[in-house]
Ligand binder design. Structure first.
Ligand SMILES: Cc1ncc(COP(=O)(O)O)c(C=O)c1O
Length: 400
């Protein structure tokens, strides 16, 4: 009898962790490596949020709460959905978990049976397909490359739906591309879903507030109210409030699904950290004034990285609508050989050679299900980004 479960054999280790580990090893050897692989803002958590957490500790608010979130936070989440998205939810339609990650996982665990399919547009956030596999479902990836602006088209969606489709996972602005769907682009997708009443939509709105320029964020249940009963809208405080380590995410949707997710959470982790919940009440109810200045910084960083990458022959970098990632194509570099003699036959060899020869850590496209690309997280200072992009330019210039 095998010691480890068969479930585990279905999932693969994270390729992003592989790159990060390699970068750390090189750093430990004293190499000056710049890491652009982390998916978190470099800003500190705002002071008003920290103060709310400290006040909660001092007031003794350190005990268990209801397993899927305390009433005060659920109320703040309902107010946020009404304020930002025009969506009306009752607290009984809200689930709070240890990060958006747990909420997504619970939703898939609560709904998937063997054979159930989940449409995952690629490039995708690395965890979606493996979470589907862990929950016993089948991920159906649909490639949406640079030609469609990394956006799923209605035709692609229609072609991917089968009688076994349970969910479409939708993520805008996206990790890893930063591509966002306009109201009309999203409406074209929700029109398709209206024709297939057995398909539910899992909208991952984690990067809602990181939206730049003319791009206006919108979410499926808002764009098509007829899908309200078939939509789970997932969000969290990690990205917009620089709270990745506090681990609070949430979702709102049909009451029966929320109750099923509560059952899973009550028998696994129980409530997310009480102190973090109080901090999140302040994040959602308190001032939102720091989001705009942070976004101004992100736009400057984005524009710097996009322009420096587009100066490289063989690299094409679209301008993202939001989040803090760029996802340039390296189609023009495949087949070339690096100064040290590595043949660049994939984005994985590109990223490995760039790290070893150019001292910059990026994540290769294969990790996100679409090649040949790589992902840079620009959530770091302009000075570091400029130096990193110079190194990438040099490395690419050396390819023959
Ligand atoms: C697209 C997307 N969804 C969900 C998450 C999960 O965020 P958290 O668990 O910190 O709320 C992330 C984090 O990187 C993400 O990029």
């Amino acid at each position: 009898m095998a010691f480890l479960s068969d479930t585990l054999a279905r999932v693969k280790p994270s390729p992003t962790i592989m790159m990060t580990t390699k970068a750390q090893e090189l750093k430990a050897q004293g190499r000056d490596v710049i890491g652009l692989s982390a998916g978190e803002p470099d800003f500190d958590t705002p002071d008003n949020i920290k103060a709310a957490a400290i006040a909660a500790i001092e007031a003794g608010k350190t005990k268990y709460t209801a397993p899927d979130g305390m009433p005060e936070l659920k109320q703040a989440i309902c107010a946020k959905f009404a304020r930002d998205n025009g969506l009306t939810y009752k607290p009984s339609q809200v689930s709070v978990g240890t990060g958006g990650k747990q909420v997504l996982y619970n939703a898939l665990m609560a709904t998937l049976n063997p054979g159930d399919e989940v449409i995952v547009p690629a490039p995708y956030w690395v965890s979606y397909p493996d979470m589907v596999l862990l929950a016993g479902g089948t991920p159906v990836t649909v490639e949406a490359g640079i030609e469609t602006g990394f956006r799923l088209t209605p035709e692609m969606l229609e072609a991917a739906i089968t009688p076994k489709t349970k969910w479409l996972i939708f993520n805008s602005p996206s990790n890893p591309t930063g591509a966002g769907y306009s109201w009309d682009q999203l409406k074209a997708l929700t029109d398709v879903l209206l024709r297939h009443p057995h398909v539910y939509i899992l909208s991952d709105d984690m990067y809602e507030h990181l939206a730049y320029g003319d791009f206006k964020f919108c979410t499926p249940a808002q764009v098509e109210p007829a899908l309200y009963d078939r939509t789970l809208t997932v969000n969290g405080v990690s990205k917009a409030y620089a709270m990745t380590g506090w681990r609070i995410g949430y979702a709102a949707g049909p009451e029966n699904l929320i109750a099923a997710m509560r059952k899973i959470q009550s028998q696994s982790t129980s409530n997310p950290c009480t102190i973090s919940q109080w901090a999140s009440v302040e994040a959602l109810n308190g001032t939102q004034d720091y989001i705009a200045p942070n976004n101004e910084l992100f736009v400057r960083r984005r524009d710097l990285v996009v322009s420096m990458l587009n100066e490289i022959e063989g690299v094409t970098c679209p301008v993202p609508d939001g989040a803090f990632y760029v996802y340039p194509s390296i189609a023009g570099l495949i087949g070339k050989t690096s100064a040290a003699g590595t043949v660049i036959d994939s984005d994985a060899t590109f990223a490995t050679a760039l790290l070893e020869e150019g001292n910059v850590a990026v994540v290769f496209g294969e990790a996100f299900g679409l090649s040949p690309y790589f992902r840079i997280s620009y959530a770091t200072s302009e000075a570091i980004l400029e130096e990193a992009c110079k190194r990438i330019q040099e490395f690419c210039k050396g390819l023959k």
